[in-house]
Design a protein around this ligand. Structure first.
Ligand code: EPU
Length: 451
């Protein structure tokens, strides 16, 4: 086993945080006083779901990297810790991170880090490609029901990897090296596409991924890998071809803007009947979400890199189904339900990506919403108004949705466990305050200190 380089300078995270400090030590709640229309502009940074993969990609070649447009969010900090455990050094400064990757790596991701973030499983493909072996604890992440990794493993097995599960740790080996293969995914899984992509860029021969995920973040990852010397065709389409190369070299990259952060602020504008412009985004990446915002009665305007949404006095109902990109994004589903909870009629949303992304429903109903479930269908009977009370943020998007609901609810809505929101949104409450929201952050338990 390669030994971790000794004498490494321990880098400090932004704002004095050490990468990897368990974010559940910073347990906060957000108290939102509803009834103030949001107005103004907000700029978004790079996509969490792109940057997490860029951090993993750096493991594939020794040397120095720089990533820009990086948000200060807990999941990025945590992935910084994962790659630091493997041997890299990360120096965060403002919205950039410089990463040094040594010649030798420790090809393992330990349980205490992996358990907190499902994306850690992506080191599997990258480490198999670079080191020929990897040990990764089985992943955790948001609780949306069972989230298997069978497609990741089947794809990597087709490329010559062998797996053994020992004490909750997946031990992977590609004894004869990885070889290109035809990998056909049962479902266009984002993570499985990325893991096979990582494995393919340094495999012998050509890998063809069919039914690949088409997300903009995958295109962005392919662009970064291309700068590192990878040969990839078709990223952003459902067939990706990768010609393996013997080695890669370091590169710099600016991440694609976060369409989920952008979409969330647009819904914040819509739900308050406000007027919000999101800057530094890619309107095309939110085509379906903008169409639905138009159908609920928002006025929308788009420029090259900005979107403006003017909310209706009361939203109308809409129906839609979440689907892989370019369909309506599952990670905008809870925010949209918050908006539809005050619509002038009944909406039906069908969740097709996750079996159980519904924990937020009970919390929203505590605010007076009338949302019920029938299998994968969410039925939302619009009510005249919500009324504030304590609710719990159970995951990133659910937490954001509950804050949005609080913006329109009468009185105060206290969203506890806001650290979930901090996993995916940088300065969420500050951005909302800048738009005119009345929202304060305090330790969980209103005023009482929590260790
Ligand atoms: N799935 C399987 N087997 C697999 C892989 C996936 O059954 O081997 C299932 C999952 O259980 C899930 C569905 O396929 O029901 C979609 O999973 P996918 O692999 O596409 O998602 P992911 O890579 O685990 C990423 C994002 C999620 C986002 C999904 C869908 C990252 C780090 N996470 O997850 O983002 O919801 O794609 O677009 O990229 C978030 O940002 O809040 C978030 C949860």
């Amino acid at each position: 086993m390669a030994m971790r380089t000794m004498g490494r300078v321990v880098s400090r995270g932004r704002g004095g945080r050490t990468p990897g400090l368990p974010y559940n030590r910073h347990v906060h709640q957000l108290v939102v006083t509803g009834g103030f229309p949001l107005r103004g502009e907000v700029a978004v940074l790079g996509a969490k779901n792109a940057i997490l993969k860029h951090l993993v990609a750096t493991l594939m070649a020794p040397g120095s990297y720089r990533l820009d447009n990086v948000p200060d969010i807990a999941d990025v900090t945590l992935m910084g810790s994962v790659i630091e455990h493997i041997g890299a050094t990360c120096r965060f400064s403002g919205t950039s991170v410089e990463i040094d990757v040594p010649d030798e790596l420790v090809p393992e991701a330990p349980i205490d880090l992996v358990r907190r973030m499902r994306a850690s499983i992506l080191v599997l493909g990258a480490l198999l490609a670079r080191c020929g072996e990897a040990r990764v604890a089985l992943p955790g992440g948001d609780d949306f029901g069972s989230r298997p990794i069978d497609m990741h493993l089947d794809g990597l097995k087709a490329m010559g990897a062998e797996f053994e599960l020992v004490h909750g740790e997946l031990r992977a080996r590609a004894t004869g090296g990885l070889r290109g293969a035809e990998v056909s995914l049962d479902f266009p899984s984002v993570g499985a596409t990325e893991n096979v992509l990582f494995a393919g860029v340094m495999a012998r021969g050509t890998t063809v991924i069919s039914n690949a995920a088409r997300e903009p973040e995958i295109q962005d990852l392919a662009e970064f890998l291309g700068k590192m010397g990878a040969i990839i065709r078709g990223a952003g389409t459902s067939t990706i071809e990768v010609d393996g190369v013997p080695s890669l070299s370091p590169a710099s990259h600016r991440a694609v803007p976060d369409r989920l952060e952008a979409g969330t602020y647009l819904v914040a504008g819509a739900i308050t009947g406000g007027d919000v412009t999101v800057r530094d985004c890619v309107p095309e990446h939110l085509r379906m979400e903008l169409r639905k915002l138009g159908e609920v009665g928002c006025e929308t305007e788009v420029g090259k890199d900005w979107i403006r949404v003017i909310g209706p006095s009361r939203p109308g109902p809409v129906d839609f189904a979440t689907l892989p990109y370019p369909g309506f994004h599952t990670d905008m589903h809870p925010q949209m339900v918050a908006l539809l909870s005050i619509a002038s009629g009944t909406s039906v949303i069908t969740e097709n990506i996750y079996a159980a992304r519904f924990r937020y429903v009970g919390e929203l109903n505590r605010l007076g919403a009338e949302v019920s479930l029938e299998g994968q269908h969410v039925i939302i009977r619009g009510v005249d108004r919500l009324s504030g009370c304590p609710v719990d943020a159970c995951d990133i998007r659910a937490g954001a949705a509950l804050v949005l609901a609080g913006l329109t609810a009468e009185g105060d809505t206290t969203v506890t466990d806001a650290q979930h929101i901090d996993r995916g949104y940088s300065s969420f409450d500050q951005h909302l305050r800048d738009l005119g929201a009345h929202i304060v952050r305090e330790p969980n338990g209103s005023g009482t200190t929590t260790a």
